[in-house]
Design a protein around this ligand. Structure first.
Ligand SMILES: N[C@@H](CCC(=O)N[C@@H](CS)C(=O)NCC(=O)O)C(=O)O
Length: 249
């Protein structure tokens, strides 16, 4: 098989979701840890939305974490990434969808992007009203919902599945901007996040993400071996900072 390159920086929750799926399925990957906002012209050819992650395997290039995870599921042997029961499988896919859309809207775009990314990459002021509304009004509704679907023990559907590996990653980005899950208000969710961190491939990936958040972007490739990753020989990064067609204002 052709070697697989994952294009995308593990600071992105979607990149960590895909890397966790690769770890569970034993897919060996090389990593091109580019920031999506700094892709070069070739990046725009393999990622029309200029978003990470992208899967590159010979002539096959795939965008979107959910599409990539499904491709891994369908092309790689080993334990399924999803619950066996069709109802649970459908519910797990819904949680993946919820995480990729609503959860990331709030934790990713309105908190992490607004506080940590926009000022750094675009030199813009933080919109405090947006941040406070996201943190104090929108997020509690989401956390109440997730608390209601989180079990007392084990993972969301008993055994580890893509539901866990889709919902958990963005909480690291929220933590980086001091937004955390209060264990007195959402005890099951907070305990589940700790289990995911301690017992799944996402734990080491989250450590890598936290390390990269404290490292200038140009030095990210050099830090990969410390965390057991091989840097890809080719990079789709190095472009000017630019908005993609769906980058929020
Ligand atoms: N639905 C996509 C979302 C990917 C996404 O939004 N990636 C962000 C990084 S976390 C990105 O590349 N943003 C750059 C931009 O939108 O300009 C997926 O599941 O892969």
């Amino acid at each position: 098989m052709e070697p697989v390159t994952i294009v995308g920086n593990p600071v992105s929750p979607y990149v960590r979701k895909v890397l966790a799926a690769c770890a569970l399925k034993g897919v060996e990957v090389q990593l091109d840890p580019i920031v999506g906002l700094m892709g070069n012209d070739d990046f725009g050819r393999i990622s029309p939305l200029r978003r990470i992650p992208v899967w590159v395997e010979g002539e096959v290039t795939l965008c979107d974490s959910s599409v990539i995870v499904q491709y891994i599921e369908e092309t790689r042997p080993g334990p399924s990434l999803w619950p066996a029961d069709p109802v649970e499988r459908a519910k797990a896919r819904w949680l993946e969808e919820f995480a990729d859309t609503r959860l990331f809207d709030v934790l990713g775009w309105r908190l992490f992007f607004e506080i940590a990314v926009k000022p750094r990459f675009f030199g813009s002021e933080i919109d405090q009203a947006k941040v406070e509304h996201a943190r104090d009004v929108e997020l509690p509704v989401i956390l109440d919902y997730l608390e209601g679907v989180t079990p007392e023990s084990g993972f969301l559907f008993g055994d580890l599945s893509m539901a866990d590996l889709s919902v958990a990653p963005a909480f690291v980005n929220a933590g980086a901007v001091q937004v955390n899950v209060d264990p007195t208000r959402w005890p099951k969710l907070a305990a589940w996040l700790e289990r995911v961190e301690a017992e799944t491939p996402l734990g080491p990936l989250n450590k890598l993400a936290r390390a990269l958040m404290r490292t200038p972007a140009h030095a990210h490739r050099d830090r990969l071996p410390e965390f057991g990753f091989v840097a890809a020989s080719r990079s789709w990064g190095g472009g000017e900072v630019r908005r993609g067609p769906m980058t929020p204002q």
